[in-house]
Write a protein that binds this ligand. Structure first.
Ligand code: HEM
Length: 479
């Protein structure tokens, strides 16, 4: 058991945190961050096995969906959509729209004297992501409700044959899956495609049309972005707010901090509370992983289960008080401040900069209203992403005009025992990769010069993407 306080709220009571690497039949369970990163970065020897990827029929698709494609084709897809999600592009194109959306939804909540945050966060995250993807030809609240029905599925366990489902559960899964997809296509995706075939815009759907994707291909990508992007961000907004409301000093700090420090706080909350609890890969070749003196040989065909709650609290990687909240904690070089909450390697989440910015835009406005939690939210679990579902986050707003008490760097504002007398922004000593937003150590990161400025990258892959079209990653998007 880890030392220090345990502030994790979404914990499964029966979930072991040891051993660090174990083999259970043909399934490997990885709880060591170092070993997990080796698996996620073994791009040629593994394929995506999470989110029921191995059960998605690819035959009818002319283009494989980004989430389940692998190898050079996947690299090319990532490189092409990277320009929609680069941090500078996201900030330049979408900040004002996020602010307008947050202000509108919160003004409605003001009239009601409060809100159910998990509902408001759903509408908000769907509206913001829909803008980036290009799903803007149908009313957002209805599309949001259609998207959540994708998660209304019978139980499943990726590590079991047939996903652990009975034939009856498979039949129910087929109906529960197909009906929402058809509705989503007719109401949301088809109108968006039609509009963009006539007049392309700077969004993902227009890009897919230009690449020759069929309507079915585009539908599958929209389901991916819809579920991967919108629904996960909703959960994170609710969880981050729940933590900040429960820790007044951390909340005060969040409200007076600049954006980099607020992002450090949000990254630390999602490290502790990853929305996606497990990542899966299927070994396609021999894969040798190691830690210290020990090595393990993963054989072709084996399933690897990366246990994200455990890797993110691996004391050998994240240091003291792994289940505490210590924004700006020192992490090994090249590790994302959110650790594996947005994945790593070829499939790492392109939407991290978007998710962080939109969460921050909403929470700064919401917390300034001095909300109070009315009752305890209910915590449930989703089998597909093996993550939490927070519901009933009911907030009542206090008097307006409230300002947080300002305190700066004296004493420790957080739960961690480190006595900080300086700004917490150790990660600000680092650079952010302009392609994916990952924190990088400038001393040993690949770099490139553009327009008299040096940029640092998390990997050679991101550097190559940048060099192919630097303007689209530094905010010079021309749209
Ligand atoms: C808090 C919010 C979010 C969380 C926790 C999250 C988490 C993740 C994780 C863990 C992965 C990696 C899956 C793997 O390696 O198997 C992933 C992939 C992905 N995410 Fe996110 N995500 C979030 C927001 C977003 C947003 C806002 C978008 C875009 C609109 C997005 C789009 C995607 C896509 C397209 C992939 C697949 C990438 C690939 O396979 O190459 N996500 N996400």
């Amino acid at each position: 058991m880890a030392d220090g306080p345990n502030l994790r709220r979404a914990a499964k009571p029966d979930e072991p945190d040891a051993p660090r690497v174990e083999r259970d039949g043909a399934v490997w369970r990885i709880r060591s961050l170092a070993v997990a990163r080796q698996v996620l970065r073994a791009r040629d020897r593994t394929t995506q096995a999470g989110f029921t990827a191995e059960w998605i029929p690819k035959g009818r698709l002319t283009h494989h969906p980004i989430l389940i494609s692998d190898g050079p084709l996947h690299d090319e897809q990532r490189s092409k959509v990277g320009r929609f999600f680069a941090p500078a592009v996201v900030a330049e194109r979408y900040t004002a729209r996020m602010e307008a959306c947050a202000d509108r939804l919160l003004a409605q909540a003001d009239l009601a004297g409060g809100c159910r945050l998990d509902e408001l966060a759903l509408d908000y995250s769907v509206e913001v992501t829909a803008d980036v993807v290009g799903l803007t030809d149908s009313p957002v609240p209805r599309m949001a409700r259609r998207l959540v029905t994708f998660f209304n599925q019978p139980p499943l366990d990726i590590t079991q044959p047939d996903l652990g489902r009975t034939p009856r559960q498979w039949a129910r899964a087929a109906v529960n899956g197909l009906v929402p997809v058809v509705r989503f296509y007719l109401a949301d995706v088809r109108p968006a495609i039609r509009t963009r075939r006539r007049a392309p815009r700077a969004d993902v759907i227009s890009h897919l049309i230009a690449e020759g994707y069929t309507d079915t291909d585009i539908l599958v990508e929209c389901v991916t972005y819809g579920t991967a992007g919108m629904v996960t961000t909703r959960e994170f907004i609710s969880m981050a707010c729940w933590h900040l409301l429960g820790q007044p000093r951390l909340r005060e700090r969040y409200l007076v901090a600049g954006q980099p420090e607020r992002f450090a706080i949000l990254n630390e909350i999602i490290r502790l509370e990853p929305v996606v609890g497990h990542l899966y890969r299927r070994a396609q070749g021999e894969l040798e992983v190691f830690e210290g003196e020990r090595t393990w040989a993963i054989r072709p065909g084996d399933l690897v289960d990366i246990c994200v709650r455990q890797t993110n609290a691996d004391p050998e990687a994240v240091g003291e008080e792994p289940l505490g909240l210590c924004p700006g904690r020192t992490l090994p070089s090249g590790v994302n401040p959110a650790v594996l909450s947005f994945g790593d390697g070829a499939h790492r989440c392109p939407g991290q900069p978007l998710a962080m910015l939109e969460t921050d835009v909403l929470l700064t406005r919401l917390l300034a209203r001095q909300p109070r939690l009315v009752g305890e939210p209910t915590l449930g679990w989703d089998d597909l992403i093996e993550g939490y579902r927070l519901r009933g986050v009911d907030l009542a707003f206090g008097r307006t005009g409230w300002r947080p008490a300002v305190w700066w760097f004296g004493g420790n504002g957080y739960s961690c025992g480190i006595n900080r007398r300086e700004p917490i922004m150790t990660i600000m000593d680092q650079a952010a990769c302009p392609v994916c937003g990952m924190a990088v150590d400038q001393r040993n990161a690949p770099s490139a010069s553009y327009d008299d400025q040096t940029y640092y990258f998390c990997s050679e892959g991101c550097r190559d993407q940048f060099l192919a079209d630097p303007g689209s990653f530094v905010g010079n998007t021309g749209s």
